[in-house]
Design a protein around this ligand. Structure first.
Ligand SMILES: [Zn+2]
Length: 129
């Protein structure tokens, strides 16, 4: 099992990651809001009429929205890990209920599966394609 001291470190790591990601999401949302407002104003002076440029602009927006949803998923996983620390169920594989190695938790503090189950899941995912 995980040492108490180690758990504190992992918790601190999760909390600082959480803050960083939350700030990143805010930034991305603000960025998108600014772009939407520019669209809504009907002021096209900021736009080039070249189709290529407009496509790039759309691409950028979709890209950052994608990024925001990836970050949101990560945020949820971190929240879940922090909740588990509270409940005392942290570091246990959700699949086989065996302890997740502390080496793995140090690399991925929000890991839900032990390395064996994770590898199994990835194998299955590949087969499903
Ligand atoms: Zn497992």
């Amino acid at each position: 099992m995980i040492e108490k001291e180690e758990l504190q470190k992992l918790k601190a790591q999760l909390e600082s990651d959480r803050t960083k990601i939350a700030e990143g999401i805010n930034h991305l949302e603000r960025d998108n809001l600014n772009k939407s407002q520019r669209d809504a104003s009907g002021d096209l002076s900021g736009y080039s009429f070249h189709m290529a440029d407009m496509a790039t602009d759309n691409f950028d927006r979709e890209f950052s929205l994608d990024l925001a949803s990836n970050e949101q998923v990560l945020l949820n996983r971190i929240d879940e890990a922090l909740r588990k620390i509270q409940e005392g169920t942290y570091g246990v594989c959700e699949n086989c209920t065996k302890p997740i190695s502390s080496k793995r938790l140090k690399a991925v503090p929000y890991a839900k599966l032990c390395i064996k189950c994770k590898e199994e899941e990835e194998k299955n995912a590949r087969r499903g394609e």
